[in-house]
Design a protein around this ligand. Structure first.
Ligand SMILES: [Zn+2]
Length: 65
């Protein structure tokens, strides 16, 4: 088993990613979520699994309203 919490590194810059709030638009609405970003190139890392979780949350938020 791998125990990698926030040990995520940008594959281009080899910079350790920092968590920061990222604004994105989904289904025509804006959301803010804290995501790991590269401090150098600004690349936001969204794993498929994470995206699925976030999107599921967002969809629940939308449906709940
Ligand atoms: Zn980078």
């Amino acid at each position: 088993m791998m125990d990698e919490e926030m040990e995520v590194v940008c594959c281009k810059c080899r910079q350790r990613l920092v968590e920061k709030p990222v604004r994105f638009t989904y289904l025509g609405r804006e959301f803010n979520h804290v995501m790991p970003c590269c401090p150098k190139c600004g690349q936001v890392l969204i794993t498929e699994e994470m995206a699925r979780g976030k999107m599921a949350q967002v969809e629940m938020m939308l449906e709940g309203k």
